[in-house]
Unconditional design. Sequence first.
Length: 394
Amino acid sequence: MPDVFLLALLVVAVAIGWWLGRRERQGAGRRSQPPALSRDYFVGLNYLLNDQQDRAIETFIGALEVNSDTIETHLALGNLFRTRGEADRALKIHQNLLARPTLTAGQSDRVQLELSRDFLALGLLDRAERLLQSLVRDSQDDELRDTARRLLADLLEREGEWQAALDVALPRLVRQHDDIRRAAAHWLCELAEQERHSASPVLARRHLRQALATDPHCVRANLLLAAMEHDTGQYKPSIRLLRRIPDQDPAFTPTILEPLARAYRLLDDEEGLIRCLQELLEQAPCTSVITRLAETLRHHHGDDREALALVTEQLDRAPSLGAMHYLLTLYRHNASGEEDERLALLQRHTHTLVQALPRHRCRRCGFSGERLHWQCPRCRNWGTTKPITGIEGE
Ligand SMILES: [Zn+2]
């Protein structure tokens, strides 16, 4: 049993004691005191002190009438259960509260909000959804309605109901919260991906433009727009869209290198690719740009000289395992016999080290891995997982 829980339980016990004491004082003038309640309270306290928290809780709940003075204590107890992973017991407390006819409309809304959180914790998504829908529709409390909207949008997102999540979040939540604005742009990208595959490119483009209007930093929208141009043979527009991405977020420069190179190759414009990579290098001096530019220069000139000069110069500026690994490849082109064997041995080690490096990392929770996830699998934030470049700057 965690200490925090025990402490919270003690606070609840004190609150109950205070309330009972007040009730008895108020009642003393009018009628005889109700000693049974006080006895229950001390029995509960005794359980608590004897480390029997569960029985203590049952006794406290039994001792505590539901009225406007005690509703906060009941809600606090319910939350305690849920955070402790016992949502079924929280559910009982909240259902018990909701059955009382004396609740005001505001109190009833608060209990229903907690009840929907219990349903969510228990995986009863349909029931949570119905309850949240009715709160969003009917509650008179603006703040509570927004909380219900957030929970509902989150639930719909988990179910992949992108349009429904957008309908709930737009426009109020998107305007108020940065994380929801970022998420909403990604929901639009998800819709665009579906439409792109079901052959309605016009609708897909409309959603991607809307994604950029919602969040101008949405790299994924430009990446998808570029891919759609590429698919229809529009390589120059595709390159223009890809070139916007480092301005949106330089950390995503490595992500655009492959589609850029493909488009320039199909245009048969290697010089164009070299110029483009040189500009990108000034903007974002990351290893993947250095090695791709070096490799393109080598191919273009038919020798290693410019590639060698570039990689050596960049390594002098900033150490990079990937660039060093590539430099060994260049050295090996001109080595033979024993020297090549020694370089090969070194390169085997740099290869192992490079392979062990994660390629992407979530800037919010640190989750890292090979793949780029638009939504972090650990913290569920959208757009926080980025390539690891050494120029992260965040
Ligand atoms: Zn994360």
